[in-house]
Design a binder for this molecule. Structure first.
Ligand code: ZN
Length: 386
């Protein structure tokens, strides 16, 4: 079976390459928006849906048009991928999975473009990566890429760092399983508790960075407020000069973006380590099918849960499980995992109260830790569902 795997590396383009990348972002955005207008107009005037190929033909014509000379120097694969993205946005819209496609903005915080590997145009040469039209770009290659590279996405983060994400295709080779089974209960105080009684805490540095984040965020809003000269009738602020021209405000924005990235890095690193550990050590993993969206609406729970990013953790478990041949079983969220005694099956309604951390089963007298008991129940339920 063929599987696709993603790799993300930091790249260090030189000044010339930075300028090219920046122009490619612009060209892809331009093409996306032009095609969107084209499709919109034709739908209104002729009630006709435009195909992806029609858009691509239009792009080819535009590349030799003297009115848009800059498109000629752009990576043609990247433009085609941009058209494909728009097509996908339309498919999602017609499939009722998302709203009507929107125009891409010039000043969005993360910019990116995707290009395809054609005739080995994306390849490693020593500690450099060859990219179409850019040539050899310095890369921090933290691990080997297995298989054939299909495409590359070049992006620039809000703080001005460059990354490349490579998608490679390989033959899946499920590793021999250990046969172990584990149930997992998401905690509020801890990241999770498993059915073997281990408790995994969330990484501590997050909290420290969050304090710093709040401080720097306040500083930025103070700076922006100082630049307001008046308000319009509908309470929109009017600034003394465009904010993009205030060097100090832009500097503070970058500083804030770096803290956000630092927090995301720590969190992702933690999630990757924990999910790989779980998937590689177990054959079956039982998890609660949590309604994270619903929980985020509860303001008492929202902080820690959003922070622990449970949904991306589940996502990682799922895609890594394919690689290791592990089975993930989602236990329905209405299953009362914390109230049932894992020894005798007695349902204790008193435990519904979230403050009860430890309880003794009135039926069989077993001493229960709330989270551990829930994890054991989730495992049992998962095994019964297989
Ligand atoms: Zn009991």
């Amino acid at each position: 079976m063929l599987t696709q795997k993603g790799y993300r590396f930091r790249i260090y383009p030189n000044k010339k390459q930075e300028e090219l990348i920046s122009s490619f972002f612009g060209c892809c955005r331009y093409v996306y928006n032009i095609c969107l207008t084209y499709r919109k107009d034709l739908y209104v005037s002729e009630k006709r849906n435009v195909s992806r190929y029609e858009c691509m033909r239009k792009i080819t014509l535009m590349r030799s048009d003297p009115e848009t000379p800059w498109l000629k120097d752009c990576d043609s694969m990247a433009l085609q991928e941009s058209v494909k993205d728009l097509d996908r946005a339309y498919e999602n819209f017609f499939g009722k999975r998302s709203g009507y496609p929107k125009y891409h903005k010039k000043h969005s915080s993360v910019q990116s473009y995707r290009t395809r590997n054609q005739n080995n145009s994306i390849r490693f040469e020593g500690n450099r990566l060859h990219l179409p039209k850019l040539g050899l770009v310095r890369i921090k290659k933290s691990r080997e890429v297995c298989g054939k590279i299909l495409n590359a996405t070049v992006s620039r983060s809000a703080s001005g760092k460059y990354f490349v994400s490579l998608c490679a295709q390989t033959e899946a080779s499920p590793m021999p399983g250990s046969g172990a089974e584990v149930g997992i209960d998401v905690g509020i105080r801890s990241f999770y508790t498993d059915s073997n009684g281990n408790t995994i805490k969330s990484p501590a540095p997050l909290c420290a960075y969050e304090k710093k984040l709040i401080r720097e965020q306040r500083k930025l809003s103070r700076m922006i407020n100082a630049d307001i000269c008046r308000y319009t009738k509908n309470r929109r602020p009017v600034y003394k000069r465009p904010l993009s021209e205030c060097r100090n405000i832009q500097k503070q924005r970058q500083k804030l973006a770096r803290i956000h990235e630092k927090i995301a890095d720590i969190r992702n690193d933690f999630l990757h380590k924990e999910s790989t550990k779980l998937v590689s050590e177990n054959q079956v993993i039982g998890i609660e099918d949590l309604n994270v969206k619903g929980m985020l609406h509860n303001r008492f729970l929202s902080g820690p849960i959003a922070d622990m990013s449970w949904s991306s953790f589940v996502c990682m478990l799922e895609y890594k499980s394919a690689e290791y041949g592990t089975t993930i079983v989602k236990v329905p969220r209405f299953y009362a995992s914390s109230q049932i005694c894992s020894c005798c099956g007695y349902k204790n309604p008193d435990v519904r109260d979230l403050t009860v951390r430890k309880w003794i089963c009135p039926e069989c007298g077993t001493n229960h830790d709330r989270d551990h008991n829930a994890a054991v129940n989730i495992l049992n339920q998962a095994l019964s569902m297989m």
